[in-house]
Write a protein that binds this ligand. Structure first.
Ligand code: T46
Length: 137
């Protein structure tokens, strides 16, 4: 059986018209969970990388609504990456995945929908600790 990809992309319905774009993320559509927090990452220089952590429980949907960014995911065994450059695609990132963000375009705006409030205790910020965590669970 084929190994499932770490990259889970969802289509975001596009409801734009001649006046401009309009993208919709709603429960029953692109969002597979009730949203309890939204944050957005912007103004990150192309030379800067972010992330370098995993979450124990958090589920998120990442949508690049302007510009582009490369997200890489590592499950403790395999690493896969994807360039997000469209508000018509979202990347689902669940728990147990080490994530890194690279190659931000200067105009990148990455919007992230999360199923829980911010909780530093949910982060694993040490890569070796992450690898021990996934291999013991
Ligand atoms: C993730 C990737 C994709 C808060 O106070 N509240 C928040 O909701 C968030 C997200 C962050 N913060 C604080 C924690 C740090 O002091 O903001 C600071 C920067 O956060 P961090 O270094 O974790 O940012 P990134 O860009 O490395 O990671 C973020 C999310 O934290 C993370 O959950 O999956 O984006």
């Amino acid at each position: 059986m084929a190994t499932p990809s770490l990259i889970q992309l969802v289509d975001i319905p596009q409801r734009g018209d001649a006046r401009g774009g309009l993208s919709v993320a709603e429960i029953g559509g692109a969002l597979p969970f009730p949203v309890r927090r939204v944050y957005w990452i912007h103004g990150t220089a192309p030379s800067v990388s972010r992330g370098f952590h995993a979450h124990k429980k958090l589920h998120q949907l990442c949508v690049c609504v302007a510009g582009s960014v490369r997200l890489s995911l590592f499950d403790g065994r395999r690493e896969e990456s994807v360039v997000l450059d469209s508000s018509a695609k979202g990347l689902l990132v669940g728990p147990g995945l080490w994530r890194e963000m690279h190659d931000f375009s200067p105009d990148c705006v990455l919007v992230v929908f999360a199923d829980a409030e911010y909780d530093e205790a949910d982060y694993i910020r040490d890569r070796d600790q992450f690898i021990s965590h996934v291999h013991s669970s």
